[in-house]
Design a protein around this ligand. Structure first.
Ligand SMILES: [Zn+2]
Length: 131
């Protein structure tokens, strides 16, 4: 039985981080739907499960890897964004955060120092800013 399964899975993609995420999303949708009882959410959870099985048994390894890479890139951007937000929250008493008016880079100055002349580290634009 075990050997038959291995033979069946030979050349197939298997699982990855994207599949793990889709499985958790499907489970969350199922649990949420115990309370909401929405036909749309039911369709979503079934579609997610179908996607997980399709990707697991897929023989198009290149395509599945590309999807996973894309997912990992997006996940990193999201976690980085939340990380930055958390850092800013921790430093909120000591610094004022704002965007550079010319290149939109995130900048910070010490809080409570009055009017400051700020030079953007990224683009070199200079401007005044209340802290
Ligand atoms: Zn700038």
């Amino acid at each position: 039985m075990r050997e038959r399964f291995y033979r069946f899975m030979a050349g197939r993609y298997g699982t990855d981080q994207l599949n793990r995420f889709l499985s958790i999303a499907a489970m969350a949708a199922v649990v949420l739907n115990l309370f909401l009882r929405s036909p749309l959410l039911w369709i979503v959870s079934v579609a997610l499960l179908i996607a997980v099985y399709f990707r697991t048994f897929s023989r198009n390894l290149q395509r599945r890897r590309a999807e996973n890479e894309k997912y990992l890139g997006t996940k990193k951007r999201v976690t980085d964004w939340f990380g930055t937000l958390r850092d800013r929250w921790k430093m909120r008493k000591d610094y004022v955060f704002f965007r550079c008016p010319s290149c939109h880079a995130m900048l910070r100055v010490p809080r409570g120092k009055g009017r400051l002349r700020v030079t953007c580290r990224k683009c070199g634009a200079a401007f005044e800013r209340r802290s």
